[in-house]
Design a protein around this ligand. Sequence first.
Ligand code: SF4
Ligand code: SF4
Length: 163
Amino acid sequence: MAKPNLESREKILTRLCDRNLLNCYLCIKCTSGCTALKLLELKPHEIEKLVNLGFVDELASSDIIWTCATCLKCFQRCPQKASPYHVIIALRNLAVEREVKVPEAYMKAVSQILEGGLAEQPQKVTNKKMETCDREGLKLPKIRPPKESFQTVFLKALEEKPS
Ligand code: SF4
Ligand code: SF4
């Protein structure tokens, strides 16, 4: 059975630039607007609650923290200025530090950003005439690959260990 670990909770708290980021009163406004809830059933208010109770180790080793789309909606909607987003990022940093296996889909998105500058490859769409169009067909500009300087900074950031 999972047990709370107050030492790990303290570790997360020291990583948050503002401890009020965990100042949650469970109104669920964050979850009701969460981008990932619709697709992945990520419930940000539960993450806040579990961290507050000290179940940090379980969260740091769970795939759920990698489903956040980092859209920051939860931070903007919160009446308490708590931020499931910042808590999730702190949990991800802890997971990487503990060498927990990062989900493959997440690593694929990282490598696509590195190579093409985008987390997802451009998709074809169907127009009103039911024709399939790519960006060129829609007269949209070509997506340029990222510059070498971007790749250098990106790789450096990936190599850095969270403090
Ligand atoms: S919106 Fe803020 S206060 Fe409400 S449940 Fe989410 S984190 Fe907690
Ligand atoms: S930042 Fe993550 S947790 Fe917050 S609303 Fe967006 S997807 Fe949900």
